[in-house]
Design a protein around this ligand. Structure first.
Ligand code: UD1
Ligand code: CA
Length: 466
């Protein structure tokens, strides 16, 4: 039995109350946009239930921006344009008008772009009910003791209908079972019932909710946890959904063996992977496609984005990693900044106030204090002293510094790139390395010291008396 589904993402709305420059579907949510969530869950729903079909976003407000964003990430999503937002039924008409092949799909799934907590699990439950009870249409509902703004569910002996809050009587407003806005419908049923939907209501809108009727073969599936349907209409709700999504991620990580000192203050985005035995301190942010290994320690205030941290590494307090790769047992920080292309070898040590960019450090290399390393290769077990700088930029171009293995670079030294220092070299403190150094060589470029007895007083300034 190969079911076909037309998945419709309602994304034409404006989202004025969010007060963002972007249209609502592109409002930020964790490290993504709102619209990413339903698209991704639809994808999972299709895979989970071996469904095929068409995914369509109904777009309207700032539609070029929305379409550009979606098409870059999800090339299989199609679009239906709703010129004016005349209501949710009108949005669905725009969808069916956009592509006649959508009429032939078995079911039509309707999901809003602004409910990012809805997951594949809810969609699958609806599909199961629809199939087992041979229903024509299912609406997802939930109980809300203070149901402000939602359509109310009025159940009949058979079937049910929905009354929008604006059109409800005082008694109907007291009903606490509300409409989530998520529907799974037989396509033939919705096509038939859309025909009669009019705009004779307080809002003058075409309500999709009017396709549900008493006496028909339709059902309202009431979900126990209403917060999965929380819609984002203002910034408070945005914060609420982000908190829910993060909490779900923490639960899942904990099940996988990740330990938190205070999970209420750990901010871990959705696609991040973390291995068992890893310990996360408070105020840690991990985002993007970061991958953290097993038994890693991540101390407070660390920010990790699109980076890989291997097993048994340690990220000390207030360290920032961006597109960096940290190998096994390396220690980074505290207060270190690993910029894109930093590749820190196994057992290497990076200390405080060290910035590393586009550089590969081999096993056991050490840069322990106050240094900048950019566009460099540093060999195994080489030790870089305090205050070292790769002068990699000549004002127009970047150049490379190469330092071999087992070398010692004294404090307060610089390399004027391009330059190469061999293996087993020794660079004296305060040296500016401008020429290549062969293996085993020593370099010093420090000025000679002259000491004049008693001469200091000539230079010591005395405060003038007023
Ligand atoms: C809708 C439901 C209400 C339900 C609530 C849940 C109707 C008539 N009412 O109300 O029963 O409790 O959702 O949140 O459907 N949209 C379009 N084009 C339009 C109108 C809306 O694409 O012309 C999109 C919006 O961008 C949004 C979604 O449809 O993503 C829901 O529209 P909205 O106006 O927010 O409906 P509600 O009044 O919240
Ligand atoms: Ca809404």
């Amino acid at each position: 039995m190969n079911l076909t589904i037309g998945a419709v993402i309602l994304a034409a709305g404006e989202g004025k109350r969010l007060k963002l420059d972007a249209p609502k579907p592109l409002a930020p949510c964790l490290d993504k946009k709102l619209v990413d969530f339903p698209i991704r869950e639809i994808q999972k729903f299709f895979n989970q239930n071996k469904l095929t079909g068409i995914k369509t976003a109904v777009i309207g407000h700032q539609r070029e921006l929305v379409q550009t964003y979606i098409s870059k990430r999800y090339p299989d999503v199609k679009y239906a344009v709703q010129e004016r937002q005349l209501g949710t039924a009108d949005a669905l008409r725009a969808y069916f008008d956009s592509d006649p092949s959508t009429h032939k799909l078995d079911y039509t799934l309707v999901i809003c772009a602004d409910t990012p907590v809805v997951s594949e699990a809810e969609l699958t439950k609806m599909l199961e009910l629809l199939q087992s009870e041979k229903m024509d249409a299912v609406a997802a509902t939930f109980q809300d003791p203070t149901p402000k703004g939602y359509g109310r569910i009025i159940r009949g002996k058979k079937g049910f209908h929905i009354v929008e809050e604006k059109d409800a009587t005082d008694d109907q407003r007291k009903i606490t079972e509300v409409n989530s806005g998520l529907y799974l419908l037989k396509t033939s049923y919705v096509l038939e019932n859309l025909k009669s939907v009019d705009s004779n209501n307080k809002s003058g809108e075409f309500y999709l909710t009017d396709i549900f009727k008493d006496g028909l073969n339709v059902d309202a599936l009431c979900f126990p946890h209403g917060n999965v349907f929380l819609g984002v209409n203002n910034l408070e709700q945005l914060e609420q959904v982000e908190t829910i999504l993060r909490a779900q991620k923490i639960v899942q990580l904990r099940e996988d063996g990740v330990r938190f000192i205070d999970s209420n203050h750990a901010y871990i985005d959705d696609e991040v992977e973390i291995g068992a035995g890893t310990l996360i301190y408070p105020n840690v942010f991990i985002s993007g496609k970061s991958k953290i290994g097993k038994n890693v320690i991540i101390e407070m205030g660390a920010q990790i984005k699109d980076s890989v941290v291997a097993d048994n590494a340690r990220i000390l307090a207030y360290t920032i990693l961006e597109e960096a790769k940290i190998h096994e047992k390396a220690h980074i920080g505290p207060f270190a900044r690993m910029r894109p292309g930093a590749d820190i070898g196994p057992e290497a040590k990076i200390g405080n106030f060290v910035e590393i960019k586009k550089s590969v450090l081999d096993r056991g290399a050490k840069v322990s204090h106050l240094s900048y390393v950019g566009d460099a290769f540093i060999g195994e077990e080489t030790n870089i002293g305090c205050g070292f700088i790769t002068c990699n930029y000549d004002g127009a171009n970047k150049h490379i510094t190469r330092i071999g293995k087992n070398s010692f670079i004294g404090s307060d030294s610089q390399t004027i790139a391009p330059v190469t220092i061999g293996d087993d070299c020794f660079v004296a403190s305060a040296t500016t390395v401008t020429k290549n150094m062969p293996d085993g060589s020593f370099a010093i470029s420090r000025g000679h010291q002259t000491t004049k007895e008693g001469m200091a007083k000539k230079f010591i300034k005395v405060k003038e008396k007023m």
